[in-house]
Design a protein around this ligand. Structure first.
Ligand code: MN3
Length: 205
């Protein structure tokens, strides 16, 4: 198996004004493509060749940093594009997700507050997450290409807080970018799909 870059699930203009065509051209077409190309070079001939992407990510963590960085970022970005949609965000979550977030994190607003804080508090490059750990939804943050998989949890929503994700549109205003991501971009149906898979229910078709 080698890594491939799927096209965006929407046009490069679809997320404006919250995420511009220019950002998506750099971020998807150039940055993600580079993780795929470099990852494939590092994967070839390594003991991880032929494994699933999740296996490469968890297996290379702490053992092969260059491969892990690129495979981790490939995994993170594959989902990141699907965690957004035009007209996303809002406050009505599908299925059990609203209740589960309220039960585990206090309220939807409290989750948003914690999520923004995780992204702002991540020093340098990294990601803010909602993940399922020990049956509960938790807010996490990770540096660089790490994700909840390597910390014993299953990611259900991730926001890229590397500068390449927001600097064209928001300059240094990382908090504004994360708030816009939550309010206008998140594809909660895809979050619910990952939540069901992570909590052992059958994934949505
Ligand atoms: Mn990125």
């Amino acid at each position: 198996m080698s890594f491939t870059l799927p096209p965006l699930p929407y046009s490069h203009d679809a997320l404006a004004p919250y995420m511009s065509r220019e950002t998506l051209e750099y971020h998807h077409d150039k940055h993600h493509q580079a993780y795929v190309d470099t990852g494939n070079k590092l994967l070839a001939g390594s003991p991880f060749e032929g494994q699933s992407l999740e296996q490469v990510v968890t297996g290379s963590y702490g053992k092969n940093a260059p491969l892990f960085n690129n495979a981790g970022q490939h995994y993170n970005h594959l989902h990141f594009w699907k965690w957004m949609k035009p007209g996303g965000g809002g406050t009505k979550l599908p299925g059990d997700l609203q209740k589960k977030i309220t039960d585990d994190l206090g309220s939807f607003d409290k989750m948003k507050e914690e999520f923004v804080q995780a992204g702002v508090g991540q020093f340098g490059s990294g990601w803010a997450w909602l993940a399922v750990k020990d049956g509960k939804i938790v807010v996490m943050k990770t540096p660089n290409g790490e994700n909840p998989l390597v910390h014993g949890a299953k990611p259900i929503l991730g926001c890229d807080v590397w500068e390449h994700s927001y600097y064209i549109d928001y300059r240094n205003r990382r908090a504004d970018y994360i708030k816009a991501f939550l309010d206008h971009l998140v594809n909660w149906e895809y979050v619910e799909e990952m939540y069901k898979a992570a909590s052992g229910h059958k994934a949505a078709a």
